[in-house]
Design a protein around this ligand. Sequence first.
Ligand code: MRU
Length: 344
Amino acid sequence: MTQHKQLAVQALQWTGDTLRVLDQRQLPHTIAYDDYHDAAGVFQAIASMRVRGAPAIGIAAAYGVALSARLHVAANPDGWRQAVSDDIDRLAQSRPTAVNLFWALERMKNLLSQPLLNPVTEIAACAEQIHADDITANQLMGEVGADLLRGAKGVLTHCNTGALATGGIGTALGVIRSAYRRGPLKVFAGETRPWLQGARLTVWELAQDGIATTLIADSAAAWLMRSGAIDWVVVGADRIAANGDTANKIGTYSLAVLAKQHGVNFMVVAPTSTIDWSIANGQHIAIEERDPNELLPAPYLEAGSLVGAWNPVFDMTPAALISALVTERGVVFNPTEQSMGDLQ
Ligand code: MRU
């Protein structure tokens, strides 16, 4: 297995009584961690996108529950379960699309319903386990995905799917890290408008690890594919339906359509915690729409302005456009409802 040195970047640090969150809104100019001691703070950190990326959101929320237990068990010996449960419900409102959030909170809720000898320790241990499992899944997916990239000269990735978005080396970026260590690979990153996860986060994160990247405007993707420089598009996922339809950062669907047109392979990399087995297909995935102000220049924000904006921040790529889905449990080629069943 490829050895990865200690990552230069960590989105989340758990000290045992504090969750330290790297404020990704300030990158790459400023590296600043904020400390959180309660679930309300963690809710804010997720909703404001200080922490983002599906697996990282799930891990942060799990630590939010651990912080809730720390506060309520001692202060409210009779009513702490209800107080923690209320915090779980609130954390579930922080963002709608990434299923890892609901998956992690469901695990915490199940634990809460059991008899616990030492609730604070046991709930924190569950959050730590969710974090540790994500690190392991990242490593496994990195190796499996890199096997598929053997012989590729170039890849294009989208959004940020690395250490900033997960507990470990990342999903799509984990694959790219592993492949890069094995041999020459040209890495292209789309800037990912409007929040610029590619331009602000991905190229910075990879540079911290000594990996060279070429940034492109999102609108340059078709021309890049036409040039023949890339063999694969490699992306992460926020929610995958039981048939393989995949919701990911806005622009992913465009890349999949373009890849089909240009004979470029399309890889989705995600832990099985990103699969929502309760939905048959992608039509049931809630797509987050954020404030139009993220798109609109200031002059258009004035009262009476005739300029509005539509700001969906995810889209859904039909399974038929996906060449390979890489998970920690293995690869599903050309996913369908039937072949996805192997991952259950
Ligand atoms: O809005 P964000 O930045 O939270 O969106 C993140 C993405 O869409 C990532 O591509 C996805 O979570 C996969 S990350 C491992």
